[in-house]
Ligand binder design. Structure first.
Ligand SMILES: C[S@@+](CC[C@H](N)C(=O)[O-])C[C@H]1O[C@@H](n2cnc3c(N)ncnc32)[C@H](O)[C@@H]1O
Length: 363
């Protein structure tokens, strides 16, 4: 991708899992909507559908349960002014000695090997000071920190790690010891400043349409949308989680800690915050979300759902969609496995039939 415009520098925020490729989102939105038409994504992830929709002058609304995806999405759609983000960075750095974090024994070795002392102080200061839920400035800075919280050594805050997901603490420690790698000695403020300079070099994206991105569980949030958005949505454009594929919360355990959650590598027990291992629970989630969403889509609208081509997920998704949109026609489009697909799981050598899109329409 060329990074010659603000749009191209912001669209990729940030590293997440199972993301829509940008060109796919652009093409789909242009094909099924006109400027001014509303788009809705109840499983928004890092909110590419919402961001690209608003950039193409289509107002958009999204819901995402994972704060990491939400922080990325909100930052793209409402970035704070650069000068304010830099001023906040200065405050975080100045207060780097003001906070302490008691690392639990079971994570001690991980933290010793992952971050330098100076980096950890900076991160703990940011974790304590940034009000990312309520302030655009704090959220924008937090998004930049999350992007590079872990990744390749020297290009991120951490010792060598993957960028899209954080590996298990024990696995990471074993790997670092085997490869004799140490935490990078970087100066956090100037490291962040360079990243911020690059991001804002071409300005911030021009977003002619309005957007709303809600942090929450779609099964509950859509109820509140009904009054304002009934029959208003032209394109329901989404990709639900797939059965047994990704655990969005566990994979982001280190970034979730940065956002203030307790340090834990355990699977979450709350509903919709782990992998979807049970077909029954999965079907219930889709039925609930698509049933409620169907009230929002207008009669000449479209439903475009990208899903896993594997039988279990695909068949449940199609069954639920037919049930929620009775009388609508549909077609499916195969998206064979390529590097760009959402099931391109790093290190996963199992056979991957790729993804399949389901498009529903009235005529
Ligand atoms: C396949 S990903 C979507 C990725 C997105 N298309 C992108 O480009 O980033 C599915 C998303 O659904 C979210 N999710 C799962 N259950 C949810 C729920 N009940 N309400 C809202 N979001 C949910 C997951 O956290 C995950 O980010």
């Amino acid at each position: 991708m060329s990074y010659q415009t603000a749009y191209h520098r912001w669209v990729g925020i940030g590293p997440y899992y199972a993301m829509f490729p940008t060109s796919f989102v652009e093409d789909t939105i242009k094909k099924y909507t006109q400027p001014g038409d509303w788009i809705f994504d109840p499983f928004a992830g890092r909110a590419s559908s919402v961001f690209i929709g608003t950039a193409l002058n289509r107002p958009a609304i999204g819901i995402e349960i994972n704060p990491v995806g939400w922080v990325y999405g909100k930052t793209k759609t409402s970035p704070a002014p650069k000068e304010m983000v830099l001023a906040r960075l200065e405050q975080i750095s100045l207060n780097a000695d003001s906070f302490s974090f008691k690392i639990p024994d079971s994570f001690q070795e991980f933290f010793n090997l992952c971050f330098s002392e100076q980096t950890l102080k900076f991160l703990v200061s940011a974790r304590n000071m940034l009000d990312w839920r309520n302030s655009d400035v704090d959220r924008t800075l937090m998004a930049f920190i999350l992007i590079d919280l872990h990744g390749s050594r020297q290009r991120s805050f951490s010792n060598q790690m993957r960028q899209s997901k954080a590996m298990a603490p024990k696995y990471s420690v074993r790997w670092w010891k085997e490869h004799k790698t140490t935490p990078p000695e970087i100066e956090p403020k100037s490291f962040m400043q360079k990243k911020i300079d690059w991001r804002y070099e071409k300005g911030t994206p021009i977003l002619p349409a309005q957007s709303e991105l809600i942090l929450g569980d779609s099964t509950q949030v859509i109820n509140d949308l009904n009054e304002s958005y009934q029959n208003k949505i032209k394109l329901l454009f989404t990709s639900p989680p797939y059965i047994d594929v990704t655990d969005y919360h566990r994979d982001q355990w280190l970034r979730l800690w940065m956002l203030g959650e307790e340090l834990s590598y355990k699977r979450k027990t709350e509903k919709h915050k782990a992998t979807f291992a049970s077909s029954i629970e999965y079907e219930k989630l889709l039925l609930d979300v698509f049933q409620k969403s169907s009230q929002l889509v207008c009669s000449d609208g479209y439903v475009y759902v990208r899903t896993d081509a594997r039988k279990n997920t695909f068949e449940i998704t199609l069954k639920v969609l037919k049930q929620c949109f009775p009388g609508w026609k549909y077609r499916t489009i195969k998206q064979p496995y390529s590097k760009n697909t959402q099931t391109a799981l790093f290190g996963d050598k199992s056979s991957k039939p790729g993804e399949k899109d389901i498009v529903l329409y009235r005529q």
